[in-house]
Write a protein that binds this ligand. Structure first.
Ligand code: FAD
Length: 405
């Protein structure tokens, strides 16, 4: 019996597993999925979930069902290292798992530990389950009206103005404003501040796109602080509030000397890789992401594959976004099929430009409330418009639907 082991239920692995269910491997190959969660979030629908538009189930892939469908062993555990010499995955709670071929799709997390106070006082956008727990707690406190301040605005800071941070700013604003309105309170009681290190938002996109998003954020009353590098987060000791837990304020400090008092801080800066990847001995880039060739293989270990955020392609570098992990799903499946049957692998060439559809939250017009989105394609931007949101919704629903049933 040979073993194909997949670590992480990321987007590429979800697609590959579904295809293994439809086109099974030879009988003497056992697939094992090691995942630390049983429900994998689909990034495209996450902002819609934060808005309250999609339920948890609607925007998550059930990995238990998917593993059953693909006849994979499911190991619910966290991989903590690799023993490359003995071809084993080391797990937190299970004995080592042998592999003949290995594929890694474990995503990334925002860099939090480099800056003082971030781990204690900010909410990282990933891992997603922890982020959603914090978000739910915030919603629960806001919905119990005692937690809503009336003497000064509730101030939310979002650090990191890439696509994720920009979309989160729109989303959080929309959701909290809806709660305020439902309680008969003014939306002016909310302030959203987006801090970004660079001169334009939307890292990895042309400056024109960043400028367009900046304008739409400003139009919505979101404060944008550009060229601000956060170097400290600490509690505001002068303003501890026992009465309103939400209002126990923190201070964001920046290298420029700029400071901002916030009630909640969301952290979405540079994506990083877990340290065990580098410790495993696989060659990585400077940030610790696995270096892969255009066949999605580790550049040193051809029986090890990596896709999604955790991979860094030497020939086709791409930003860390779910859309790339999705595009790599089918090519990964094909090459795993081929490597396990001794056939030559095929290269994968990602699209030069990708389409991004970013939700910009609710808009209310003559008592009609609807969602909007902006499309960015290369240097072009369209929207915000209701039609673009409908388009995004139909793409996302179609994607997630393939994992149902
Ligand atoms: C708020 C927010 C909004 C976003 N919106 C968008 C968007 O609209 N469009 C877009 O393209 N991108 C978006 N992104 C980025 C997107 O989430 C990531 O780029 C995408 O999820 C990466 O996919 P992946 O397959 O690499 O990994 P992930 O989707 O992160 O999946 C990795 C999986 O591996 C599991 N795992 C991790 N470590 C281990 C381990 N050691 N052992 C076992 N399992 C492990 C994780 O629990 C997770 O289930 C957003 C990100 C955030 C934070």
């Amino acid at each position: 019996m040979k073993n194909l082991v997949l670590i992480g239920g990321g987007h590429s692995h979800a697609i590959a597993l579904r295809l293994f269910g439809i086109y099974p491997l030879a009988n003497d190959i056992q697939i094992t999925l090691i995942t630390d969660v049983t429900d994998a979030p689909y990034s495209g629908m996450l902002p819609g979930h934060i808005l309250g538009h999609y339920s948890f189930k609607e925007c998550h892939i059930d990995l238990v069902n998917l593993a059953k469908f693909s006849q994979a062993n499911l190991v619910v555990d966290q991989a903590v290292n690799l023993d490359l010499a003995n071809k084993q995955v080391l797990c937190q709670n299970h004995p080592p798992i042998d592999f003949d071929w290995l594929s890694i799709d474990i995503g990334s997390t925002p860099a939090t530990s480099e800056i003082m106070g971030v781990d204690q006082y900010a909410i990282a956008a990933k891992p997603v389950p922890q982020f959603l727990t914090h978000w739910q707690q915030l919603l629960t406190s806001l919905e119990s009206d005692r937690a809503i301040p009336t003497e000064r605005p509730l101030r939310i800071g979002i650090v990191g103005g890439g696509a994720g941070g920009v979309e989160l700013a729109f989303t959080i604003k929309s959701r909290i404003e809806s709660i305020l309105r439902s309680q008969g309170l003014s939306p002016m009681l909310l302030e959203i501040h987006l801090l970004h290190r660079q001169a334009t938002l939307m890292t990895g996109y042309p400056a024109k796109v960043g400028k367009r998003f900046e304008q739409v954020l400003l139009d919505q009353g979101i404060y944008v602080h550009l060229r601000e590098t956060v170097n400290l987060i600490k509690p505001d000791s002068d303003n501890q509030s026992e009465q309103y837990p939400l209002q126990t304020p923190k201070i964001i400090g920046c290298e420029s000397g700029f400071t901002l008092q916030c009630d909640r801080i969301f952290w979405l800066t540079n994506a990083t890789a877990p340290p065990w990847i580098r410790d495993s001995g696989l060659p990585t880039d400077q940030k610790g992401f696995i270096l892969i060739n255009n066949k999605l293989q580790s550049i040193s270990h051809p029986h090890i594959f990596a896709t999604g955020d955790i991979a860094s392609s030497i020939s086709h570098p791409s930003p860390k976004a779910g859309v790339f992990a999705v595009h790599q799903g089918k090519p990964l499946f094909r090459n795993l099929q081929r490597v396990s049957s001794g056939q030559p692998l095929v290269p994968f060439y990602p699209q030069k430009q990708h389409l991004s559809i970013i939700g910009t939250g609710y808009r209310t017009e003559s008592s009609e409330k609807y969602l909007q989105a902006i499309v960015a394609w290369g240097g072009l931007c369209f929207g915000p418009s209701k039609l673009l949101w409908s388009w995004k919704e139909s793409i996302d629903r179609q994607f997630i639907e393939q994992f149902r049933g």
